[in-house]
Design a protein around this ligand. Sequence first.
Ligand SMILES: NC(=O)c1ccc[n+]([C@@H]2O[C@H](COP(=O)([O-])OP(=O)(O)OC[C@H]3O[C@@H](n4cnc5c(N)ncnc54)[C@H](OP(=O)(O)O)[C@@H]3O)[C@@H](O)[C@H]2O)c1
Length: 330
Amino acid sequence: MRTVRWGILGLGSIANKFASDLLLVPNTELIAVASSDYRRAEAFSEKYSSKRFYDSYQSLFDDSDVEIIYIASLHPKHAELSIAALKHRKAVLCEKPLAMNEQEVKAMISASHSTNVFLMEGLWTRFNPSFQQAQDWIKEGKLGRLRYINATFSFNGLDRGPDSRLFHPDKGGGTLLDIGIYPLFLAYQLLGKPKNIQASAHLTAHGVDQQLAILLTYENAHAVLYSSFAHNEVMSATIAGEEGEIYMDSRWHETPKLSLVKGEEMVSEAFDFIGKGYSYEIEEASQCIREGKKESAKWSLDSSLELMQLMDSIRQLCGIHYPSDRNEKK
Ligand SMILES: NC(=O)c1ccc[n+]([C@@H]2O[C@H](COP(=O)([O-])OP(=O)(O)OC[C@H]3O[C@@H](n4cnc5c(N)ncnc54)[C@H](OP(=O)(O)O)[C@@H]3O)[C@@H](O)[C@H]2O)c1
């Protein structure tokens, strides 16, 4: 198996977790990292044994040894930086959310198609073995017809303050795009597009959602979803069908344990993740590159687009707007 040569752009919190997992994935190599800050790039490069570091993103785009760039900047920069990378013929694994809105996602997909270069959203839960097992049980018919999904994602981030990326509109603040995307992903992946969406949010003074409740209605099912930056909670999830249920232990999006319940019987399965769990999306993207694929069959660009369209609809229902929206429909 040939070695895939990675670059990382935007060296903040998630880039550190990703890089430590990249070191655990065989047949991958960290070639270069880039940050707006020279010292951050230098320290990151040393810590994760990158061959080179840059204090300009352009230098990373110009590095001919790099095949794929992991974009780990704030959400409002995802579209611009991914498109720039694609135009330099670099494959892209971009952090979730893929962008700020439908128009940006469409522009990214269009750039991937016109350059014929790989693009994937880093929706890491999709690739984790525990999620895969849950999905396999459902596909095998163990739950019968799905009726109900309940998933939440909350933590108390109030102490980060209004200028943090969690709360500032210019930084893509708000729960939906950051953490509400996970419960929404679960419902979308298992039930598809809903017939009806209801949503209610508590907005901050700057107009982003600090707490959000979503009710999705399907032909024969409901998904009850919730996200908050205002409190902690046990983050388990329930997937219920007419013939059984799956209970995903907290935190369900990286769950260490699944239980399949059918009447009086219960089967539990525990999972030991490789690293923090980002290794699985790294393996998927690397294998796609080796095989010359332009997108992942497991989490396609159409899926990313439809997930973003759902988020746009929820934002519209709740009156959540971002500066990036001003660029829409030019
Ligand atoms: N998959 C997951 O589990 C997960 C978890 C957390 C976050 N994320 C996603 O990863 C992305 C980054 O999150 P994070 O927590 O890592 O963010 P972060 O540490 O606050 O910032 C990441 C990088 O973004 C750039 N940046 C920060 N503030 C900026 C500003 N004001 N203007 C321009 N650039 C700025 C910096 O890049 P430079 O180093 O170049 O200066 C920084 O290193 C988000 O889109 C988030 O949704 C994913």
